[in-house]
Design a protein. Sequence first.
Length: 635
Amino acid sequence: MTAELIILALDESTTLQLLSRALRAVGYTTVIAHDRAGIEKIMQESHPALLLLGTSLKNEKGTVLVEDFLKKFPTLPIIFLATDTSAELIREALRAGVSAYLEPPLKTDEIIDAVKSSLLRAQHTGDWMRREVKRNTTSLEKRISELEVLLAVGRDIASSLDVDTVLNNVVSAAVKLTSAEEGSLLLLDEESNELYMRAGHNFEEGFINNFRLPVTDTLAGQVIETGEALSFNKDSLHKIKTAYLVQALIYVPLKIKDRIIGVLGVDNRKYQLPFSKRDTLLLSLLADYAAVAIDNASLYQASDMERSKFEAVLSNMDDALMIIDHQERIQLINEAMCSALNVQVPDVRDKVITDVITQGDILNLLRRKEEKSLRYHEVNLDDNRIFSAQYTPIQGVGAAITMQDISYLKELNRLKDDFVHTVSHDLRSPLTAVLGYTELLERVGSVNEQQAEFVHRIQESVKDITALIDDLLDLGRIEAGFDMHRESIHLDSILRYTLSNLESLYTNKKQVLEVEIAPTLPLMHGNPVRLRQMFDNLINNAIKYTPEGKIVSIKLHHEGSEIIFRIEDQGSGISPEDQPHIFEKFYRAKNAVSHESGSGLGLAIVKTIVESHQGRIWVQTKLGVGSVFTVVLPS
């Protein structure tokens, strides 16, 4: 038996390859079409069984292609693979007449199930056409006309997301196609194990509203239990329920995958007009369309309800939140974000963010979203409020941007810095005096060995405190913008000078420094003292946290107009919970605190120096392996 041929027509190459492998694995043959002309050529030459079509193809809208191809090939099953969950896209696709609609995230088993279901419906249609042509060629024109009506009804049903409208259309179509007197659509109430009439044709409204039928010991219940169609054309009457007797009857199951949700039926009560096998087949085909339409409408209603709940939660969040799709169109935005950005929901919904948002910090976050160091970013608003913004990719949707107001925390931090700087200035003179007097102790008289040890400890402690004060004052000067001296410098010369000063540090630990410096580097405009301090802090840290006998790798090169410094250690790495905070003042990673001494200011100073030179810095790290710090500076 020849494997069924399936056309794959999507713009996304990765998805194409995955789909092709998955479908071939279960026995289908696939062929890829890149545009409208390619699909038409395959249709004319190979007669494929099914088309898998994406939201767009070579800038042509997918729903337009669906309508056009169904006009030319009305029996072709088309499965629509959406790239987002837009309600409008769902409506357009269903209105166009797709056989199945799948939305992200796409799963292989769901796609294969949809393919099998669509091919099964197509097979039903094809089998019916072949049987009818073979049986009576004179009725071919009539049968084709009926099929076109059936497909047209199917498209009408699929285009409505109102469940009541869908079900009434199903029953009306069933009565029309079979020339029946009455039609009914019964759905299963799983709690009571009874069938109720959700829609009826040519019944009184009161009869429809009060109709209940047990599954056990009833004709409709037999269809529910067996999953097989049922038809009667006998002289005697058949009892549906008390006072409901019919001359002829067809019941077919409504199936969603392997689950039977109800029964679609037609009957003749007054006249002994029999139903044919063709009527049963037509009703089965219509039931397949109806089941898909019911499932789609139910899914849409559930999705819409969940969306409403989600939007209610968003509206009451204290944090500002905005969700954008892969084209950076704003899909959801809560009141807190609207207030922060001074916009209104109707003005920005479904708009490209760069067209409606003017805050430079947010736009900068979007431009540099691939940089892991910028997943957290400060946003300064025009009203002087400061927010901490986070960019989080969401697979199959786009991304979420969340912002927290940290203005109060920033003010507290400023007050703390002012206090620390004031205390640092006030302590410097007394500490200098203490250090001076300890040096005079040995000159004014002899001291024993224990006293000398005490003096040495005092001197070392004072030096540590003085170094901390120097770091604090340096950080304050850089943050305040007092270090504005700039000159043209060779960054490679500064790096070599730093390495020579630290030679004893890494040789004492028997470490190997692998240094790679590009032979020609562009000049940069900067402060040589601060850049040497940046190198010193980063290299010192790498040596400090790398065990004895291990390797520290250093690379300095340029790409375009940027100079890139990269240093990799073989230390213990930084835990995920510590990574967002390592550039904060006085913050020390938990594993660093237990192994090495330090003030927690080194990386804060490095980050401040880098940013004062319009550069950026980030870290990539893995616990137990080590860390890589990357600095990018403009030349």
